[in-house]
Each structure stands twice: as C-alpha cells, then as structure tokens.
Design a protein around this ligand. Structure first.
Ligand code: FMN
Length: 354
C-alpha cells in the first residue's frame, strides 16, 4: 500500500518521475484528420493542457486498426506513416514537463466509423446490430496489432502506452460476462475472459521489455450480468500479474447493450461503491481495487473542482487523479489547484456534452 499522497507530490513509477498526481485521462477530440493523422488542432489542444501542469497526459484513444477505429476523425497508429505526426505530438507534450502516454484502442463492437462491428460474441447492441464473433486466429492478429502499435508509440517518443480495456470497446467486451458468451478459452471464467488482454500485455512486454503499460478497465458495468466490483478486483490482480505498471479504473454508466431493459443503477439509485461520491465518480471503486494490488492506481470521474480533487487524495482513494471534462473546460485546472487558486477554475458546462 502506498501512503497518502498530496496532488503536488511526485510519483516514481516505471523508471520515471511524474511531477504531480494530476492525469489527463484519454478523451477523443474528434479533431484527427480523416486519414487518421494528427492535426494542428490536436497539437494545440494537448500543448495547452501540458502547459497547465498536468503530470501525466494520456492521449486519446488511438486506433490500432483502420477498419476498427472508433470514429472517422479518430487518430490512428495503425501503420508507420502515423509515426511522424505522433512524434510531434509526444514532443509538444513533453516540452512542458508532462509525461506522454497514448491510449491504444480496437473499437470492437463500439465502432462509429462505419467499420465492421466485431466482438467476443454476437450480443445485440442498442441500435439492433449484431457484432460478429471473432475467431481465435483473428484474436491473435489483433494482439499483433496492439504490439505493432505499442512499438510505434515508443518510436514516436511516448513514455508509455495505455491499453484501452474499458467502456465496451474490444478488450472490455471480452472481459464482460454480459458481452462475452464464448465457450472456448476466451470465455467463461474471469481468467478466460481476461485471456485476450493478458496476451496483449504479455506480448507488448515480450517485444518492448520494460516499456511502461497502463491498463484501463471497468470496475462496474451498468447491465444485469455485467462485471461487478468483486470480479473487477480479480481482473485487476490477473492483469497486474501479467505485468502492467499501473491501473486506471473507470466504469460504465451508459452501456452499449439495450440500456432501457437492463440498467441496474441510476443517479437516483447509485451503486453502493460510489459511497456518497458524485454519481459516475469511480475513485471509491479505484480504492477498493487498490487494496488488492501493488501497482499505482488512477481514480477518475466527475472531479470538477479543487475540493473534490483534494478530498479524494486526503481520503487516500487512489495514487493519481484523472480530471477529464474539468480540464477540457479549463486547461489550467491542475496549475490552479496546485497554486491554491482553485476558486478561479473555469467551470465545466454540462451543455458542452453533445
Ligand atoms: C469527450 C470525451 C471523450 C472521451 N474519450 C475517451 C477515450 O478516448 N478513451 C477513454 O478511455 N475514455 C474516454 N472518455 C472518458 C474519460 O476518459 C473520463 O473517464 C470521463 O470523462 C470521466 O472523467 P471526468 O468526469 O473527469 O470527465 C471520454 C470522455 C469525454 C467527455
């Protein structure tokens, strides 16, 4: 267990020093080029945030496969042509003292780019489509795509990668007992549902040695038969054992699979694990998982002001705190909290969520 930290504390992790405990969680900007490239708008977006003193910036979900990108303006890391643009991006972030990670994603069943929907099993999603079940051969091909993408991230100068295994994208769907109904080695027990993710992590390790890996996972899915906190703890231990350097705990409130029939909690009836924190705040769940692992854990969700940010750290819920929409509203969020000027943070306006 790591002792209580303040937001201004440094953190030694995977051979590097983070200058404070603020994290920018990955957030797709939809500002990529239609060819998947890094645009000037993207460079400016991340540079502004890096100037705001965030210690660790995790660049938005970046597609490891062109067909399986999340959306049309998704930045991509699917071939070597992506490397120069990503090199510029990593260097703009690092110029301001932040560590630069990049999130690697395969959209799987949650693909808004027009590409084929694929997943562990043909479980119907809310618009009525049925993802196609992936074969074991395809699983191995995708694993190789994750490794190739991680190699490109390293070549571009990123300090590490985050494997996206949350929010019902591909690896998350495999982990979900709801979405994964396979009867082969990749379905059934929690170990089997984690097998794909474990293979991805180990394959990156094998290829890139001690190159840092963060793993983003769900602690809860708002769907009957979905992952619960007890299973998330088991999953976290399995994935830690596979060799990740840090865990990033998120969850699913608005799920992909027929929400009107299957939701199990709501703002009026939040899950116990939120424990008096705002609805959609996963930091208490991060705390629960953190009791069972030795790697640092990132908490996230609904932090919009200095008071909640400091409360989460004072109550020792996590090692690092990710602030998403709060930083979109005010790129100087971290700098203002760290300098005691939290009362000048520009507020997030919920109407910004379209
Ligand atoms: C515009 C937007 C884009 C997002 N894109 C991603 C993404 O690319 N990858 C991911 O794992 N989560 C994504 N998320 C979720 C955020 O990383 C974060 O977990 C969530 O916004 C909760 O934190 P917050 O309340 O501080 O914003 C996105 C959220 C928003 C608002």
């Amino acid at each position: 267990m790591i002792s209580t930290a303040k937001l201004s504390d440094t953190l030694e992790f995977a051979g590097m020093t983070l200058k404070n405990r603020f994290v920018l969680p990955p957030m797709v900007t939809q500002k990529g080029g239609l060819d998947g490239s890094v645009t000037d708008e993207i460079l400016e977006h991340y540079e502004a945030i890096a100037k705001g003193q965030v210690g660790l910036i995790i660049v938005e979900a970046t597609a490891i496969s062109w067909e399986h990108r999340i959306m049309k303006k998704n930045i991509c890391i699917h071939n070597d042509e992506a490397i120069p643009g990503l090199t510029e991006l990593a260097s703009r972030i690092k110029a301001h003292g932040a560590k630069a990670f990049i999130q690697l994603v395969h959209a799987g069943p949650k693909n808004f780019s027009g590409g084929e929907l694929v997943g562990p099993s043909p479980v119907r999603i809310k618009d009525g489509s049925l993802p196609r079940e992936l074969s074991v051969t395809e699983i191995h091909e995708i694993k190789a795509q994750f490794v190739a993408a991680a190699k490109r991230a390293k070549a571009a100068g990123f300090d590490g990668v985050e494997v996206h295994a949350a929010h019902f994208y591909l690896l998350s769907a495999f982990m979900s007992p709801y979405a994964n109904q396979r009867t082969d080695d990749y379905g059934g027990s929690v170990e089997n549902r984690l097998r794909f993710a474990v293979e991805v992590v180990k394959a990156i390790r094998e290829e890139l040695g001690d190159y840092p890996i963060i793993y983003r996972m769900n602690c809860l899915e708002n769907v009957i038969g979905g992952i619960d906190i007890e299973e998330a703890v088991q999953a976290a231990r399995i994935i830690e054992e596979a060799g990740v350097d840090m865990l990033h705990i998120s969850g699913i409130v608005d799920h992909l699979y027929r929400p009107e029939e299957l939701s199990i909690f709501s703002p009026e009836s939040p899950p116990d694990i939120m424990n008096g924190y705002p609805y959609d705040c996963w930091a208490p769940a991060a705390a629960k998982i953190r009791e069972h692992v030795n790697v640092p854990v990132i908490g996230v969700g609904m932090v919009r002001d200095a008071t909640l940010a400091e409360r989460i750290m004072d109550e020792d819920l996590c090692d690092l705190l990710a602030v998403g929409r709060g930083i979109l509203a005010d790129p100087n969020f971290a700098e203002k909290v760290l300098s005691g000027k939290g009362d000048t943070i520009l507020p997030w306006d919920d109407s910004m969520e379209t």
